[in-house]
Design a protein around this ligand. Structure first.
Ligand code: F6R
Length: 608
């Protein structure tokens, strides 16, 4: 959730720490801080709120130390104020922390009894005091960290800087990502490759339970048992991590507009367009004919991608699909069948609950396939098979292009499984591949309706509550539409299966509450139109997203209509996702909200 960075440099490191933190701000932005060694003494600067507040403070009193650590916070324990901002300091060390220390209360009591005084409400501060206690007892910095790590419970990544030790940084990883990097300007620690891309030419990821001791000359990795180990160094392609908004006002707008390209790129990775067949870029680790069931688990938007995929996998591969959100699945103790396939979906590949769901499925003998956007992520590394979404870095906190790329991968997988199981004919495969191949162009057509969608969004922005309706694959897309609206504009919104309307929510209908109906031209269109008419008959505030044919069939007074091309495809939801995202985006922009970094959210949720 939080982002951490550490640098042992040759020049003053504060500007580079800030640059790395900017790249990590997607992980949280409640507060930020850094510590450097000024003439050998630990000095820290912290600020609540966005990174620019920290930058302002540093501009007023610059730091010149050549070693330092930095942090951008997504609050778990303790309010997001300056006092609780990292780094935390005790005696002769400073620490930055990403994750949760589960046993911090016991440790805090134990350390308080030994005279440690706590300045914050955080779980993180206990780590500083725990290491300080080991140093008081005579351990050197590295031994003190190693001993302290044995006492910590929870999931975390840590970086330490020590008073009077200008050539020492220590990092540790358990359950949250951390990488070490080498560059011309020094050695580095960072939550991910994106943070280190401007500085490091080579990186190595810490494995679960590792800690690493860095000096400018030597970087030494230790495994969970404390043994010195080697970790694979890999080149870092700085160019592939370029982060800029191009001509767009927000990252989110840029990422929505990139979709025809990145969905096209993802599809071409999985399809052979010349022969009209699906060609998976990996070997399946199982015999598709013997598969008994598919289980899907994920969080948030990635979960909705899985819900949509259920329709495709059941229909095209004739496989039963079980799906649950990862935070429930991991604790349900669900029995999993022999010869079962579990699919985890995650943009970041680091979501704590999704990772725990993966581990549960693994211990229950499932074949593990993950659909991820970050190839080097923990979820990717722990999977038997990795299906990459080629969305590129997604910086806007609300997921857009990663979602449609997840759908693209799922669609290809459903068809591939159908073929491998002998339930789809060659001709059916060709027809489905042709539908998929047409999708990026149709998404571009949908983008061309942006001005119209912006007008509808202004109408929606005036509401305090919104209902989204859809059937079939458009039902999970309605859930996603409601989520996008909630998280970006803070308008309460709910997604409903259109057929459920009369079982309760119809009582809510009045003109103050927009009802957005997703009506792709599939076999259920007629039913969706009937539901729309039920809303119209009760004086509802109707907005239709559908084809001209749907508009004509609706024959009702509409407050808004977004016309999409007539797409006779089960994959139409990929195209319908575009207006759904743009609607939430423009409503939020119109309301003056921070669309790239909505309040209280973080891009990568590495805590439960
Ligand atoms: C919503 C959103 C979140 C993420 C969820 C899972 O716009 O982005 O709901 O989809 O936190 O994140 P990943 O895909 O990284 O596992």
């Amino acid at each position: 959730m939080c982002g951490i960075v550490g640098i042992l440099g040759r020049e003053p490191v504060a500007p580079s720490l800030i640059e790395a933190l900017k790249r990590l701000e997607y992980r949280g932005y409640d507060s930020a801080g850094l510590a450097t060694l000024e003439q050998g003494r630990l000095t820290r600067v912290r600020a609540s709120g966005k990174l620019r507040n920290l930058e302002e403070k540093l501009a007023a009193s610059p730091l010149s130390g050549t070693s330092g650590i930095g942090h951008t916070r997504w609050a778990t324990h303790g309010r997001p104020n300056e006092t609780n901002a990292h780094p935390h300091i005790s005696d002769k060390l400073a620490v930055v922390h990403n994750g949760i220390i589960e046993n911090f209360r016991e440790l805090r009591e134990e350390l308080a009894a030994k005279g440690h005084v706590f300045a914050t409400e955080t779980d993180s501060e206990v780590v500083a005091h725990l290491v300080a206690e080991q140093i008081r007892e005579g351990a050197g910095p590295a031994a003190a960290v190693a001993r302290a790590l044995t006492r910590l419970k929870g999931a975390f990544a840590l970086a330490f800087l020590f008073d009077g030790e200008a050539d020492l940084l220590i990092g540790a990883r358990r359950g949250a990502p951390l990488a070490a990097g080498w560059g011309e300007g020094g050695v580095y620690l960072g939550s991910d490759a994106l943070a280190l891309a401007p500085f490091a030419h080579t990186i190595a990821y810490l494995e679960e339970g590792d800690h690493v001791v860095l000096t400018r000359e030597r970087v030494t990795f230790h495994d969970a048992a404390g043994h010195e180990v080697e970790r694979r160094r890999q080149p870092l392609q700085a160019g592939s991590f370029l982060v800029d908004k191009g001509n767009f006002r927000h990252f989110m707008a840029k990422e929505i507009h990139e979709q025809p390209e990145v969905v096209g790129r993802t599809l071409s990775h999985y399809l052979d367009l010349a022969s009209g067949t699906v060609r998976l870029p990996f070997e399946l680790s199982f015999d598709a004919k013997k598969l008994s069931r598919v289980t899907i688990s994920a969080c948030g938007t990635a979960f909705y991608a899985g819900l949509i995929a259920r329709y495709w996998i059941e229909r095209y591969a004739r496989l039963a699909v079980e799906i649950d959100i990862a935070s429930e699945f991991r604790y349900r103790e669900a029995p999993l069948p022999n010869d079962g396939l579990t699919i985890l979906v995650s943009q970041s590949g680091e979501t704590a609950d999704t990772l725990a769901a993966l581990r549960y499925a693994k211990t229950h003998g499932q074949h593990i396939l993950s659909i991820v956007n970050v190839e080097t992520s923990t979820i990717a590394r722990e999977s038997d098979t990795v299906a990459l979404t080629l969305a590129g870095p997604e910086i806007g906190v609300a997921s857009t292009k990663a979602f449609t790329c997840q759908l693209a991968v799922f669609a290809c997988l459903a068809v591939a499984l159908g073929r491998a199981r002998g339930v789809l004919s060659e001709a059916e495969e060709k027809a489905l591949v042709a539908e998929l191949a047409a999708t990026p162009g149709l998404m571009a057509d949908a983008l061309a309706h942006e001005a119209r969608i912006e007008l509808v969004a202004r109408d929606v922005a005036r509401a305090s509550s919104v209902l989204y309706l859809g059937r079939g694959p458009a039902y999970p897309l309605a859930l996603e539409g409601a989520l996008k609206l909630k998280e970006l504009s803070y308008i309460h919104a709910e997604g409903y299966a259109a057929g459920e309307l009369k079982h309760g929510p119809i009582a809510l209908i009045d003109y103050a509450m927009p009802v957005i109906v997703l009506a792709p031209p599939d076999a259920t269109l007629e039913k969706t139109v009937s539901n729309l008419q039920e809303v119209a008959a009760r004086g509802g505030h109707l907005i239709l997203i559908g084809s001209r044919a749907a508009r004509e069939a609706a024959a009702a007074d509409l407050a808004g209509f977004v016309e999409l091309p007539d797409i006779a495809s089960a994959f139409a939801v990929l195209v319908y996702a575009v207006p759904v995202q743009l609607l939430a985006y423009h409503a939020a922009v119109f309301m003056g909200k921070d669309v790239d970094q909505p309040r209280n959210l973080a891009k990568s949720v590495t805590v439960e």
